[in-house]
Design a binder for this molecule. Structure first.
Ligand code: NIG
Ligand code: FE
Length: 422
């Protein structure tokens, strides 16, 4: 039996049409392609037609259960979070309290806390425990309108435990309505006991972990934390080049805490995205625009680490395709709220309400290589749709810290109705 769904009466139907091949840059980031009194018809998980309510109403034979009246609401593509550390064990509220008394993120990490603390907890956790903790987070993402999530490993730091994280992500992707896109991030930190011999660990990432992850098809991307005191630009380059040889596409945590030529490296290594970029240089921004590297900005991290925000305005004006993400993780950004990230994008990074929507839909899709399937409401694409109970899209970044999600449809199936999981 054909599975059908018709949405009508949307006060604004935000299609984001026209950017499936290339991300939106500059003025195109403000072009949301909105239909007023819009309608959308889906069949078997795919979008069949997008148009006005007059055009679509009555054209398709649907029962009342197969019809959603979105009068007075905003219909948008399901949101996409292109950078998370979804699969991990435990929390680090103690470090948050320490930072409020003056300790810094990096000094806590150097003393064995930070990423190392979550690594210990993740190594100790079973597949089942990691699955249980992570699926709760995925449910919250869904409740906040998100239908695709990128998830990184990087709290295992040994082959066994990195594989465990990636296997849990794979199972979550199979079991949960949200689509998961996996990134291997064995180069997230140098294990404490190998601090004095970083090259030994880098060799292990290159020769042991990358080939095995690729062989088992457990990741699409390969990410590295290129930061002073973690991986140098030279080590990062070698790790990313090694991934490329095994078919893993490069991503970089770049210029997060200090300027470190991470943006430049992203451009020269052909990364699909460079993420964070709080301290990216002028040259790095220029290089990224020229090379077509998506800039994934994570203002939740700057907010939570009380750091300077990335220069989104400058990047957009320079022609960088900007995407936004939560960076969901227990240390530097413990949130799953992409709508809150939109507020921060506007209020702290000089983005407009239109740009933050582009950055959390079609440009976010480009940052994780799924723009052919997701990120816009266009014929033939996956029917991933979020309905917000607001009269116009400005409310998304105007009323902050609120969840306006009414309905989430994933691959044509309602998964959140009236703000509740179904
Ligand atoms: O994106 N910068 C490195 N990794 C994460 C933080 C991970 C953690 O603190 O547990 C980030 O900020
Ligand atoms: Fe991160």
């Amino acid at each position: 039996m054909t599975q059908k769904l018709l949405i009508t009466g949307a006060s604004q139907l935000i299609t984001m049409a026209g950017h499936s091949e290339k991300p939106a840059v500059k003025d195109a980031m403000s072009d949301l392609q909105i239909l007023e009194n819009g309608a959308l018809y889906m069949e078997d998980g795919r979008i069949v037609e997008v148009g006005s309510t007059e055009e679509l109403q009555g054209k398709y034979d649907v029962s009342s259960e197969e019809h959603i009246d979105a009068t007075g609401k905003v219909v948008a593509p399901g949101l996409i979070d292109p950078h998370t550390h979804l699969v991990h064990a435990g929390t680090r509220e103690n470090e948050y309290a320490m930072r409020l008394k003056g300790r810094t993120y990096m000094d806590i990490m150097e003393a064995g806390g930070g990423i190392h603390a979550t690594t210990r907890a993740t190594q100790e956790a079973s597949h089942e425990e990691l699955y249980e903790q992570s699926i709760k987070r995925l449910n919250k993402f869904l409740l906040h309108g998100v239908t695709t999530v990128e998830a990184k490993s990087g709290y295992g730091l040994t082959l066994e435990h990195e594989l465990k994280q990636l296997e849990v992500a794979q199972k979550l992707g199979n079991d949960h309505p949200i689509d998961l896109v996996s990134t291997f991030m064995g180069a997230h930190a140098i294990p404490m006991h190998e601090k004095e011999t970083p090259e030994v660990f880098v060799d292990r990432v290159i020769n042991e972990m990358i080939p095995e992850v690729a062989k088992r098809n457990l990741a699409t991307f390969n990410d590295v934390f290129c930061e002073r005191g973690v991986f140098t630009p030279d080590q990062s380059r070698r790790i990313l080049e090694a991934g490329k040889e095994h078919g893993l596409i490069p991503k970089i945590h770049a210029d997060e805490i200090e300027p470190y030529a991470g943006a430049e490296l992203a451009a020269s290594v052909g990364a699909i995205s460079a993420d964070h970029l709080l301290r990216a240089s002028e040259q790095g921004i220029k290089d990224m625009a020229e090379a077509g590297v998506v800039g994934v900005l994570l203002p939740g991290t700057a907010f939570f680490l009380m750091a300077e925000f990335a220069q989104a305005r400058k990047m957009i004006d320079a022609g960088v395709a900007v995407a936004l993400s939560t960076d969901a993780n227990p240390g530097s950004s413990p949130t799953i709220s992409l709508p809150f990230i939109m507020n921060l994008g506007c209020l702290n990074m000089g983005m407009t309400p239109e740009e933050v929507l582009t950055a959390t839909t079609i440009n976010a899709a480009h940052a994780i290589g799924c723009a052919e399937e997701a990120g816009s409401l266009e014929k033939g694409k996956k029917a991933d749709v979020t309905i917000f109970d607001i009269p116009n899209y400005l409310f998304l970044s105007y009323q902050y810290g609120m969840n306006h999600v009414d309905t989430v449809i994933k691959a044509g199936m309602p998964r959140v109705v009236g703000g509740q999981l179904v």
